[in-house]
Design a protein around this ligand. Structure first.
Ligand code: GLV
Length: 324
């Protein structure tokens, strides 16, 4: 029997590719950049399986272009780039990689929080530029993390991991979420309305998926409720924040600082005004990027894909309704 054919939209950690190559005929898009739409449509036309990334818009047109497609496996926990109803309508399960990146992503969100609080990237640029003349009594005064109030928007796995880290820093923790997870109570986190969280928090960290409900959740009105000393951390998805409003809030001093792992669009344009601000730290969507975690994500994506090709239930399925 011939091996199923699989298209992988970028070079992923080798361990995942090796697993796929044992069982499938694999085509890998080896460019640094994602396949353009015409290439994706061409490559997927005869594929039984697709292993994709959050940079690949897998919309209904792409799914329609793949008559043999039996499984889509995304190497990420978020899957807002995939038209889930279209995949479900075709009976195609969609895999994703929850859990394995929780700690790594929360570590990074906390690193961004601390970097913004203590102005680390500004200070590093200053030192590299040869501007460090003496110990300065007011040089790069930042904000304390310990004892401050952290507002966590979205108390899912990553939000909870963020709360555990905050607990170690003696922070007061507020959160918003549709549910009240036991894990939140265990760390003393208090559920409040979003408006109260925004008004009371020294740090606001976003951990919601991108959906119609969370798009532009942090808009002009939300930013206006925040403290002038507040720091916004976004490791969720760029469109959760209204970026034009964020720029205005940072320039006018309505909030103090933002630390962004995600932007809208990605990549952020080199001439985006946010990049001109000292009080905005931007990094290129790397929160889950540790060697161990990206390798685990590749393996998990390969496992999901292989399960789908074998007709087995995906271990981590984003659209379990496909099995109903
Ligand atoms: C990264 O942003 C992910 O969704 O895994």
């Amino acid at each position: 029997m011939s091996k199923p054919t699989v298209f992988v939209t970028r070079l992923i950690p080798e361990k995942g590719l090796d697993m796929l190559r044992e069982q499938c005929a694999v085509t890998v898009w080896e460019d640094e950049l994602p396949p353009p739409r015409d290439a994706l449509l061409r490559e997927i036309a005869g594929a039984d399986g697709l292993l994709c990334l959050l940079t690949d818009p897998v919309d209904a047109g792409v799914i329609d272009a793949a008559p043999k497609l039996r499984v889509i496996s995304q190497m990420a926990v978020g899957f807002d780039n995939i038209d889930i109803p279209a995949a479900t309508g075709r009976g195609i399960p969609v895999g994703h990689t929850p859990g394995v990146l929780t700690g790594t992503t929360a570590d990074f969100a906390f690193a961004l929080l601390m970097a913004a609080a203590r102005r680390i990237s500004e200070a590093e640029r200053f030192a590299r530029a040869g501007r460090w003349k003496t110990w300065g009594p007011t040089l790069f005064m930042g904000q304390d993390v310990h004892g401050a109030t952290l507002g966590i928007v979205g108390m899912g796995r990553i939000g909870q991991a963020m709360a555990r880290r905050a607990r170690g820093f003696d922070m007061r923790i507020l959160y918003t979420d549709p549910s009240e997870p036991d894990a939140a109570r265990d760390v003393g986190a208090v559920r409040v309305a979003l408006d109260d969280l925004l008004a009371e928090s020294d740090f606001v960290s976003l951990h919601v998926p991108l959906t119609a409900d969370t798009e532009r959740l942090i808009d002009r009105r939300a930013l206006a409720r925040m403290k002038p000393t507040a720091i916004l951390v976004n490791t969720a998805r760029g469109p959760v924040v209204d970026q034009a409003a964020l720029y205005d809030a940072l320039v006018s001093g309505q909030i103090a600082y933002a630390a962004l792992d995600v932007t809208d669009p990605e990549p952020i344009a080199p001439d985006d005004p946010l990049l001109s601000l000292d009080n905005c730290l931007v990094v290129p969507h790397i929160a889950s990027s540790s060697v161990a975690t990206r390798t685990r994500m590749a393996v998990m994506a390969a496992e999901n894909l292989i399960a789908g090709l074998n007709g087995d239930r995906l271990p981590h399925c984003a659209n379990p309704q496909v099995y109903a």
